[in-house]
Write a protein that binds this ligand. Structure first.
Ligand SMILES: *[C@@H]1O[C@H](CO)[C@@H](O)[C@H](O)[C@H]1NC(C)=O
Ligand SMILES: *[C@@H]1O[C@H](CO)[C@@H](O)[C@H](O)[C@H]1NC(C)=O
Ligand SMILES: *[C@@H]1O[C@H](CO)[C@@H](O)[C@H](O)[C@H]1NC(C)=O
Ligand SMILES: *[C@@H]1O[C@H](CO)[C@@H](O)[C@H](O)[C@H]1NC(C)=O
Ligand SMILES: *[C@@H]1O[C@H](CO)[C@@H](O)[C@H](O)[C@H]1NC(C)=O
Ligand SMILES: *[C@@H]1O[C@H](CO)[C@@H](O)[C@H](O)[C@H]1NC(C)=O
Ligand SMILES: *[C@@H]1O[C@H](CO)[C@@H](O)[C@H](O)[C@H]1NC(C)=O
Length: 434
């Protein structure tokens, strides 16, 4: 039998999603409630948040970030809706095929989450005295589509955009009203036109992640390809009234790119580093005039050409999540299949280089990650559902990450009767008070 490279890549990718199993379930927490998992330890620097995404009720879990960067799970708060798991065989971790299912903003003092099975979004205000204590503002609102799976918050922290990945797919944006919650912005419900199902079928061909461009003038969504057909980034222009251009511009990865997943802005470069589940990572140079289609906010005739690239990570299985560490100047990428963290440097010419790799526990299925700066130092928080835990790494300098803590999720969840399933856990976002 002759297998093409692409079908091998895809089958390795799919197989990598079959690692984690269910964990014990307790007596479920009543709807509408909040449970304390542990008392405050004081010395709080901020918080980390992720979701249970359970079909019986989606809960936001809040964890305290101590001044030493370490985590303590503190609370589970009803998010006012239910979770869902995308259609994939075999069923595994990363239920929403996404990054950004939960997103916090220090500027807005808010944290927002999707309720993927209810087609709603919920926003919470963060207690300025205890960032693990949050209260829902208003009620959950319709996401403007089906299977919401990723959120972006603008720089000012007063606007939230959602990516819907189901049969009715595309983007939609909301103003954050401090009294009533999320209020739809006119002319922001825009279709991606994907031939999808609700819940979404994936990971191939599914939506991945939504972000604002660095200057907040564009909204960008990533979509995975169906090999050999590569995926793309969809780019809408944002008008001054917050509305979106009627159509999006589609940007393909460089040759070799297949499944664009998470997107992390490369500061000051009008460029994005996207993880690529089928390869490693792609760099999108928005200054480039590719195929006669320049990015709409680009006006740089001195540009020496397209510095976009598709970069392989040798031995990778499914590199899907990423974040940027301002203190080390490097990007940190996680691979669910190999449970490996890859540190990448992107130079002034947008050339990406692997700095170092950090293997985590075999089978721990490292997925969503985020970075927080605490007392002048960066810490990396990685959701590892295969081990029902969170890996905490101290980023002591470029190439100098070290594991400092493994945080158990199963025990604290059981102790308060919170239903969790390793395959349903999703999201990771950090908050450090401005
Ligand atoms: C919890 O509430 C949601 C709607 O907010 C509802 O769809 C779900 O069925 C409820 N779950 C339980 C266990 O009552
Ligand atoms: C925060 O703490 C200060 C001082 O203890 C108190 O005055 C203030 O009311 C608290 N704010 C909230 C929102 O609890
Ligand atoms: C949509 O996908 C389904 C399932 O793969 C397929 O049968 C159908 O032909 C597709 N429709 C279009 C318009 O591509
Ligand atoms: C992209 O370029 C093609 C060919 O130059 C053109 O027909 C098309 O309108 C352009 N699309 C956008 C969104 O600019
Ligand atoms: C590009 O720059 C030129 C010269 O500065 C200016 O006249 C033009 O309006 C700009 N175009 C866009 C699309 O910003
Ligand atoms: C224009 O492009 C060049 C080369 O790509 C880059 O060095 C320069 O910073 C860009 N200038 C602006 C204003 O974006
Ligand atoms: C990881 O687990 C797989 C499957 O259980 C096994 O084949 C492999 O040898 C393990 N690798 C390491 C480094 O332990």
């Amino acid at each position: 039998m002759k297998l093409s490279i692409n079908s091998i890549v895809l089958s390795i990718f799919l197989a990598s999603f079959a690692t984690a199993g269910p964990v014990s379930r307790g007596q479920p927490i009543a709807n509408g409630s909040s449970k304390q998992m542990a008392p405050a330890r004081g010395q709080t620097a901020g918080a980390a948040y992720f979701i249970t995404n359970e079909p019986s009720g989606n809960f936001l879990i809040t964890a305290e970030i101590g001044t030493n960067g370490q985590l303590t799970l503190r609370r589970a708060i009803d998010a006012g809706g239910i979770g869902a798991h995308g259609i994939v065989s075999p069923v595994g971790p990363d239920p929403l095929f996404s990054q950004g299912s939960v997103k916090a903003s220090a500027a807005g003092n808010i944290v927002a989450t999707v309720n993927s099975g209810s087609n709603t979004l919920a926003v919470f205000s963060i207690d300025p005295n205890d960032s693990t204590s949050v209260s829902m503002i208003g009620k959950p609102v319709g996401s403007g589509g089906q299977f919401p799976m990723s959120l972006a918050i603008n720089k000012a922290g007063d606007s939230v955009c959602a990516l819907n990945g189901g049969e009715v797919n595309g983007v939609s944006c909301f103003k954050v009203d401090k009294q009533s919650g999320l209020v739809p912005i006119s002319n922001t419900v825009r279709s991606l036109g994907l031939n999808q199902t609700t819940p979404a079928t994936g990971p191939a061909g599914s939506a991945s992640h939504i972000i604002f461009s660095e200057d907040n003038t564009q909204l960008i969504a990533s979509v995975k390809g169906v090999p050999p057909q590569p995926g793309f980034l969809a780019v809408w222009d944002i008008a001054s009234d917050g509305s979106l251009s009627a159509d999006f511009q589609s940007i393909a990865p460089q040759k070799g790119g297949l499944l664009p997943f998470s997107m992390t802005v490369i500061a000051g470069k009008n460029a994005i580093l996207a993880t690529d589940a089928g390869l490693g990572f792609d760099i999108f140079d928005f200054n480039a005039n590719r195929n006669g289609n320049a990015s709409t906010n680009t006006n740089n005739t001195s540009s020496s050409g397209d510095r976009s690239s598709a970069n392989a990570i040798a031995g990778q299985s499914a590199t899907c999540w990423s974040s940027f560490s301002p203190k080390t100047g490097n990007f940190f990428l996680t691979d669910v299949g190999t449970a490996t963290i890859t540190e990448v440097n992107v130079d002034n010419n947008l050339k990406g280089t692997i700095v170092k790799q950090y293997p985590q526990a075999n089978g721990s299925a490292t997925i969503d990650n985020d970075i927080a700066t605490v007392a002048g130092k960066d810490f990396l928080y990685v959701l590892a559902p295969g081990a029902t835990s969170i890996d905490v790494l101290s980023l002591d300098g470029p190439g100098k990450a070290r594991n400092i803590q493994k945080v158990d999720i199963a025990g604290p969840a059981k102790s308060v009767g919170l239903t969790i399933n390793a395959n349903n856990l999703q999201g990771m976002t950090t908050f450090v008070k401005n």
